[in-house]
Design a protein around this ligand. Structure first.
Ligand code: 3AT
Ligand code: MG
Length: 333
């Protein structure tokens, strides 16, 4: 492994950049699709506000964090201040409101870890999930979107990593692999290490939110930072190589925790993540930027960690040696 740790990138890596960029372009949603999402948000907000005038509906997840592919489902969060009524009852009442509003395929899922209502809007053809009072997800959506505005390479890299993860079936949390959210955090971490992105939570805060018991504060005037990474000329192909090389050969799985909150690598000792507690095995450690006791790698078990690491090595080796890396990288599993 030592040799591989210091392996230099192949000299001709940059010749694959146009192909990676065209894959990226093909995954980005169209203006028309984004307009439809906004239209649905507006019509649902109007419908729900008639019943709950003080509620507010937010877009979150991939359709709002700028890392969404075209044709992905829409995640919505209803914020409502009513303490008289339980979350489950809100979900059930919401289902009735939607029914009366002529939305289709309405399914309240009250027993899920995060209770939601699913629906389909016949007007736009879009499907979406609505959860209740999950404001931390709304705030982490904004953090991801703000990072994406600083340097375009973050979005390029994360789209390709997500596309790889979906092709190789390692983006399935119920199978013990990682969420899209975790992959985007891993990409932000890499770009922080290369000084292409700053650490917004370590800078003087211009945005504050208190959600549950978490203090969410960071510098969000990102339009002032759009030259931040300009000194670094790495192309998306080189960054992709670096991403997989890091997770295949450089990351110390026995010791390290990646933390975009601090912009550093922390140790499991520091986080007290050295042993299994309940279902948290801490086999790959990715700190959530706001819920700092939350390891986004908690879903990974002793079987899926093997699969993940083999996939990282496979991808790293393809990018290093393969004469046609694009086809091989995304080969369906
Ligand atoms: P897809 O394009 O749907 O694959 P996504 O960005 O919608 O990706 P997820 O489905 O993984 O991502 O999650 C939806 C949002 O929920 C993203 C993030 O704001 C929030 N979220 C997901 N997982 C976690 C988590 N473990 N902790 C905190 N927030 C999370
Ligand atoms: Mg999603």
């Amino acid at each position: 492994r030592f040799q591989r740790r210091n392996r230099p990138c192949r000299y001709d890596i940059d010749c694959f950049t146009p192909s990676f960029l065209s894959i990226f372009e093909s995954l980005v949603p169209s203006e028309e699709e984004i307009a439809k999402q906004k239209q649905l948000l507006t019509s649902l907000s109007r419908l729900i506000n008639e019943e709950w005038p003080n509620s507010k509906l937010y877009l979150y997840g991939s359709c709002a964090n700028s890392f969404g592919f075209s044709n992905s489902d829409i995640d919505l969060c209803l914020s409502i201040d009513d303490t008289e009524i339980s979350k489950v009852d809100i979900i059930l009442k919401l289902a009735d409101i939607l029914q009366a509003g002529n939305l289709q395929n309405i399914q309240p899922l009250t027993r899920a870890r995060v209770p939601i209502v699913k629906l389909m809007d016949p007007e736009t053809g879009l499907s979406c999930d609505i959860c209740v009072n999950n404001l931390l997800a709304v705030v982490n959506t904004k953090l991801l979107r703000d990072y994406a505005q600083i340097d375009r390479r973050l979005r390029q890299l994360a789209f390709i990593v997500k596309h790889w993860a979906k092709s190789r079936r390692v983006n399935e949390t119920y199978q013990g692999t990682l969420s899209s959210y975790a992959y985007v955090i891993m990409c932000i971490h890499l770009l922080q290490q290369r000084r292409i992105l700053p650490c917004l939570q370590e800078m003087e805060a211009t945005y504050y939110a208190t959600v549950d018991d978490s203090n969410c504060a960071y510098f969000d005037q990102v339009d002032k930072l759009n030259n931040y990474g300009a000194h670094n000329r790495d192309t998306v192909s080189r960054l992709l190589w670096a991403f997989f090389h890091y997770w295949a050969y450089e990351h110390d799985y026995t010791r390290d925790v990646i933390s975009i909150r601090t912009g550093r690598i922390m140790s499991k000792e520091q986080k007290d993540w050295t042993r299994r507690v309940g279902n948290d095995r801490h086999l790959i450690c990715i700190e959530d930027p706001f819920e700092i006791s939350h390891d986004l790698g908690r879903v990974v078990d002793k079987f899926s960690i093997k699969i993940l690491r083999e996939e990282f090595e496979r991808a790293a080796n393809i990018l290093q040696f393969d004469s046609n890396p694009i086809t091989a990288l995304f080969e369906p599993y």
